[in-house]
Ligand binder design. Structure first.
Ligand code: GMT
Length: 379
């Protein structure tokens, strides 16, 4: 198939999933056309089967801001037409689904039918999408899509509750490449960071408010106060990073904390870490937690959103009540103190990721979904 994929190209879960999906589909013989304003950050190079089409950001004095949704739509029409796309798959509803629906209508007027698949990722439904200035457009765009997927049952449920959506939403979870994400007990990074054999507590996020990054530092502070030999590594960047760094200084633990900023690949850091912490206020799936589990890192995360679907029953992590710093501290402390528990949970985390979330299991679900949507639309 010739598949157009639109996503946000910057650091963030939906862009990662879309890019890894495109790369995996190309390896399976499909031709992939990424359409966005910038090359997706995990797409290091285009290949024979992967193309990148940049949406121009030219502006005009009377515009209040650049009408990206329209420029994207025009680029979708152009690429669909001249590359003869079989399907357009957009990741994150705003504004991608809306641009695609308009592109589909324009193409239909030109005698070409290109079905639109929309994947809902998280904040497009739980936060931004519910803003009254977007909600009617998001509802319309979801209902007008030819196929809709959500990354967890929790997100599907949230969509039904927050929007007047009646059609089916298929659940297709996030996935990882289990060869790229695997355990590496000893690395130079670990030797340098932990010369006394300290354990590494790690957090990866875009430091948005929903990630509760100050809670990570509070839990770490509690662990140090209990006298546990532990270092904290924070990967990523975003609006709450400065406040989180400030808190580490205020609590006097900054000398044990490393803020690494945006890193790619993150597999090398996760592969050698001991405990992954995710105290998010909401997480539709929790891709970073899955990446940690695939690297054999037990996770301690909030019992919210899609995280119980990922971690529950895996034996590879603890689910803690949202915002309960003491519960997070207790679970992380058990993992730091008890080598046998940590190693058992590390193996269980990796096994769970391999069994349920490898790309060879999940990517075919998208392929089948595309085929079913095309068969229905073109019948
Ligand atoms: O808000 C973010 O964390 C980024 C966001 C995105 O759409 O880029 O991530 C969401 O999509 C990921 C991939 O499907 C999920 O694994 C994350 O759980 C989800 N984030 C939230 O729901 C907060």
């Amino acid at each position: 198939m010739k598949i157009g994929i639109t996503c946000y190209p910057i650091y963030g879960g939906s862009g990662v999933v879309a890019t890894e999906l495109g790369k995996a589909l190309a390896r399976r013989g499909h031709q992939i056309h990424f359409i966005s304003y910038q090359m997706p950050f995990r797409l290091s190079a285009v290949t024979d089967d992967i193309y990148f089409h940049e949406v121009g950001l030219s502006t005009y004095p009377i515009f209040q801001s650049h009408p990206y949704s329209l420029a994207l739509c025009s680029k979708m029409v152009d690429v669909a037409r001249y590359e003869a796309l079989d399907i357009l798959h957009v990741h994150y509803a705003i504004p991608h689904a809306t641009s695609a629906i308009l592109a589909r209508a324009i193409l239909r007027g030109q005698g070409m039918e290109v079905p639109v698949v929309t994947t809902l990722h998280g904040t497009d439904i739980t936060i931004v999408g519910q803003d009254p200035s977007f909600a009617p457009v998001v509802t319309y765009s979801i209902n007008a899509s030819d196929g809709v997927t959500a990354v967890s049952k929790a997100l599907r449920q949230e969509t039904y509750e927050a929007f007047a959506v009646e059609g089916d939403i298929a659940v297709i979870p996030n996935f990882i490449n289990i060869e790229r994400f695997s355990r590496q007990a000893h690395t130079d990074f670990r030797e340098r960071l932990c010369p006394q054999g300290e354990k590494i507590l790690v957090h990866v996020s875009n430091f948005r408010a929903v990630k509760n990054t100050p809670h990570v530092v509070q839990v770490f502070f509690n662990l140090r106060r209990r006298g546990l030999p532990v270092k904290l590594v924070l990967v990523g960047d975003g609006p709450d990073r400065a406040a989180t760094e400030h808190l580490a200084r205020e609590l006097g633990v900054h000398q044990y904390v490393r803020f690494l900023g945006k890193q790619d690949p993150i597999s090398a850091i996760l592969a050698t870490s001991d405990v992954f912490i995710m105290p998010s206020g909401f997480e539709s799936f929790g891709l970073a937690a899955l990446e940690a589990m695939a690297c054999g890192v037990p996770v301690v995360c909030s019992d919210i959103g899609g995280l119980p679907e990922l971690v529950g029953g895996s034996g590879g992590g603890f689910l803690c009540p949202l915002g309960d710093i003491d519960a997070f501290t207790d679970c992380a402390a058990r993992l730091v103190e008890d080598d046998v528990l940590r190693e058992t949970m590390s193996r269980a985390a990796r096994a769970h990721a391999v069994r349920h979330f490898d790309e060879t299991t999940i990517v075919p679900l998208y392929e089948n979904f595309y085929r079913a949507v095309r068969a229905r639309v073109l019948a």
